[in-house]
Design a binder for this molecule. Structure first.
Ligand SMILES: Cc1cc2nc3c(=O)[nH]c(=O)nc-3n(C[C@H](O)[C@H](O)[C@H](O)COP(=O)(O)OP(=O)(O)OC[C@H]3O[C@@H](n4cnc5c(N)ncnc54)[C@H](O)[C@@H]3O)c2cc1C
Length: 382
């Protein structure tokens, strides 16, 4: 299938606006926020006003109704300036707004989507548990019907936006005897009685994003907050991840791009053996490989995004894009830090933060190993 990578006029205007915002408002405080582990609520407010937090929500609910390719370009821009804000943006758009827009009843959409689309509220996605990560079907959290409510018990781990979000898409077992078909999806408000958020995780990277456990102790939510139908939860979660992985691929592309910019600038400045280190062929080859892999990662992400709404192979391609882009970004940050020599190990240099921030991209929203399992399964079934 041919894909048009040329940006439309509308895309160009939007992306140059996002890039200006990212460079003027987001990048300048990124190091300080990382040092202080500070979630930048004020910047998220500005992003909400710009429509960056409801891009995948339909226009009838106040969202942007943005196509996935344009959305990926916007995530790339924000992530190149601050990967922590990149993941906050990606999660609220892709794993909260998107599935609610797709699977909720009109009444539930009307209650939730306008608040997400305007940026008034952030969202999260509660799938992982202490005992179930890659094997999501092994979750233990339960939801039982009690009159006009669902009552949820369990614990979710590593939830992005847990401490700052107002709405969570949450997966729980509604029929323990039905295995993977006994899991349902819910929209859970953060202020549901019986819901408690743990202390923020002390993370290796993405320290200006919020990640915490969510504890559910008889948490009560309205019966109408069921997403889709009972028993469809795992299907909804997997469809959501098939789509949302594009956002993580785009986040990886943004980090990769920034690592290359930093390495190129440093290689031109740093003098060793009487010449800028960029004059040494070993350094040139590193830069060339980083640039080539960046182009490949961006093209694969753009291609996967372009067919994400309709292609039969959309899920597999999103896995390929996510696995490739995240691993290429990790290689790029490793090489960019190498080019910085000892200075790369100093927090004075931005590459040190990127090196920490990039690490999780091969892990969350499905590890590289799980991406390969999905890709191989699709190949072998063909
Ligand atoms: C910063 C951060 C933010 C996160 N945000 C969220 C969030 O918002 N919502 C959410 O639900 N979760 C979130 N997560 C959790 C994340 O999605 C999981 O960590 C991830 O899915 C992996 O699960 P796990 O950590 O339990 O690893 P495990 O599943 O225990 O895997 C450990 C290792 O074993 C490998 N492995 C497991 N099974 C197989 C297999 N069958 N074949 C080969 N290898 C295998 C894995 O690839 C991995 O290398 C976040 C995690 C982090 C670190």
């Amino acid at each position: 299938m041919a894909v048009d990578f040329a940006q439309s006029e509308d895309q160009r205007i939007l992306i140059s606006e996002v890039r200006r915002f990212a460079e003027e408002r987001i990048r300048p405080g990124a190091a300080e926020r990382d040092r202080e582990h500070r979630f930048p609520a004020e910047l998220l407010g500005e992003m909400g006003e710009m429509g960056l937090l409801g891009m995948l929500i339909g226009e009838e609910w106040g969202g942007g109704g943005t196509d996935p390719q344009t959305y990926c370009l916007a995530v790339e821009e924000i992530s190149a300036a601050c990967p922590s804000i990149g993941v906050t943006m990606s999660v609220t758009n892709s794993v909260c707004g998107w599935p609610i827009d797709r699977f909720a009843s009109p009444e539930l959409k009307a209650r939730v989507l306008p608040t997400l689309a305007s940026g008034e509220a952030l969202g999260g996605f509660c799938l992982t548990e202490p005992g179930s990560g890659s094997d999501a079907g092994a979750m233990k959290t339960t939801a039982r019907r009690d009159g006009d409510a669902w009552v949820i018990d369990g614990e979710k781990a590593w939830i992005t936006n847990a401490g700052v979000g107002r709405w969570f898409v949450l997966l729980a077992r509604t029929d323990p005897a039905a295995g993977k078909r006994g899991i349902s999806a819910f929209v859970v408000p953060a202020d549901a009685p019986g819901l408690r958020v743990g202390a923020p995780e002390e993370k290796l990277g993405l320290r200006a994003s919020n990640t915490a456990a969510v504890y559910l102790d008889g948490a009560r939510i309205p019966a109408a907050n069921l997403l889709g139908e009972e028993g469809q939860g795992l299907r909804i979660a997997l469809a959501t991840l098939d789509h949302s992985r594009l956002g993580i691929a785009a986040q990886s592309v943004g980090i990769h791009r920034r690592a290359l910019e930093l390495a190129t600038a440093y290689a031109k400045e740093r003098i060793q053996f009487g010449v800028p280190i960029a004059e040494h062929q070993a350094i040139r080859f590193k830069l060339a490989t980083m640039a080539t892999e960046l182009a490949a990662a961006r093209a694969l992400t753009g291609y996967a995004a372009s067919i994400s709404e309709h292609g039969r192979d959309a899920g597999r391609l999103a896995c390929e894009a996510k696995a490739y882009a995240s691993e290429a970004a990790n290689r790029a940050c490793w090489e960019a830090l190498q080019i910085h020599g000892g200075n790369g190990c100093s927090e004075e240099y931005e590459i040190a933060r990127l090196y920490r921030d990039v690490r999780v991209t091969t892990i969350y929203e499905g590890t590289s190993e799980m991406q390969r399992l999905v890709i191989a399964r699709a190949l072998l079934a063909a």
